[in-house]
Design a protein around this ligand. Structure first.
Ligand code: ZN
Length: 356
């Protein structure tokens, strides 16, 4: 109901010309909208995780709107310099994709190229090296493929309770149990992949076919080289998609991530994105010491000159957002109407999803 009221309000404002008025205002000109995307479906992933994956047709509609409504899409680094200097062009937008999944290469990149927009990919590197599906995601995806079933005995997989695949919560519980099992046994990435293969066999899913399709995998060296040479800006997202609270471990994540990116594309990465949007104030001096120039969160908002450069807000665009909601954020109305909550970080979708 609330959602409907909000949409009706937005339509009304749009119909009254308020979107254009705000979009062309001095207020909007002093602000930058940083868009955040994750996966673009190879197949049906947006039905499995509408908060994480988007149908390529929807992504194309978004970029079409940017073009059609005369938004100025700038490279991330340049847009932040201009934000600071107060020299942003009207209707400024920067586009970012988190994680660097293979589906970016296969689905999003051709669309991005078609529109000629500069984009940044925040790359997590562990699974780029390993070249196997991300364990937590592939197990979750396979359980979803078999949704509706109840399997009475999970002992073969080291799980005791019956496997109830009928609800998202129950499936999430099984993924959690598998992760705990992998942790207890101190499994390596390859061992976890064998566990995922055993789960597939148990469920009657063709694992080889999923691996060959590259579902929930990260781009490999040649794909990364190709997108980087094609103008995609590759930046930091930690090596293992985690932000340890211990300074040495946190900084190791940045070092390893940066080293891998340097080795892969021969460029130095200086912009950072918090995995799963999780941050703490203690991280800021550590990032500054690592010469990180900017860091983005998943907190909704437009960035201003006063924004903390290591806590920049973004608009997380997903399959479930309507075109009107998206457009309201482009022009700035969405930001004006947003309810600011004291406790931020409400976007913590799958905190550990991409961890090895
Ligand atoms: Zn991520």
């Amino acid at each position: 109901m609330l959602r409907e009221i909000k949409l009706a309000t937005l339509r009304l404002l749009k119909g009254a010309g308020i979107f254009d008025l705000v979009g062309d205002s001095r207020w909007r000109r002093q602000r930058l909208l940083i868009l955040c995307y994750h996966g673009t479906s190879l197949d049906d992933e947006h039905r499995w995780r509408p908060g994480l994956y988007m149908d390529p047709a929807v992504l194309e509609q978004r970029l079409e709107m940017l073009k059609h409504r005369n938004y100025n899409v700038l490279p991330l680094g340049e847009s932040l310099q201009k934000l600071r200097a107060g020299t942003l062009p009207p209707r400024s937008v920067a586009i970012t994709f988190d994680d660097g999944t293979y589906d970016f290469y296969k689905r999003a990149y051709p669309i991005v190229k078609k529109y000629g927009f500069p984009v940044t990919v925040y790359l997590t590197t562990y699974y780029s090296d390993l070249q196997r599906p991300v364990f937590n995601l592939i197990t979750s995806y396979m359980l979803w493929l078999k949704r509706g079933q109840v399997i009475l005995d999970g002992r073969e997989l080291g799980l005791t309770s019956p496997l109830d695949l009928r609800t998202e919560a129950a499936r999430h519980g099984i993924v959690q149990n598998l992760m705990d099992l992998a942790e207890r046994e101190a499994m390596t990435g390859s061992e976890k992949d064998l566990l995922a293969a055993r789960l597939a066999e148990f469920l009657g899913v063709d694992y080889k076919a999923l691996v060959a399709k590259r579902v929930v995998q990260i781009m490999n060296a040649s794909e990364l080289k190709e997108v980087s040479e094609g103008g995609v800006d590759v930046q930091l997202h930690t090596h293992r998609h985690r932000t340890p609270e211990d300074e040495a471990l946190f900084r190791r994540e940045i070092h390893e991530n940066r080293e891998r990116i340097q080795a892969l594309i021969s460029k130095s990465a200086t912009h950072f994105c918090y995995p799963s949007g999780v941050y703490r104030s203690t991280f800021l001096p550590w990032l500054a010491q690592e010469q990180v120039l900017s860091a983005t969160t998943c907190d909704a908002g437009l960035a201003t000159r006063e924004s903390e450069i290591l806590l920049l807000p973004r608009y997380v665009d997903t399959q479930s957002r309507t075109a009107t909601d998206f457009e309201s954020w482009l022009c700035g109305v969405g930001d004006l109407l947003a309810v600011r909550r004291k406790a931020r970080q409400k976007y913590i979708p799958y905190q550990t999803e991409l961890q090895p």
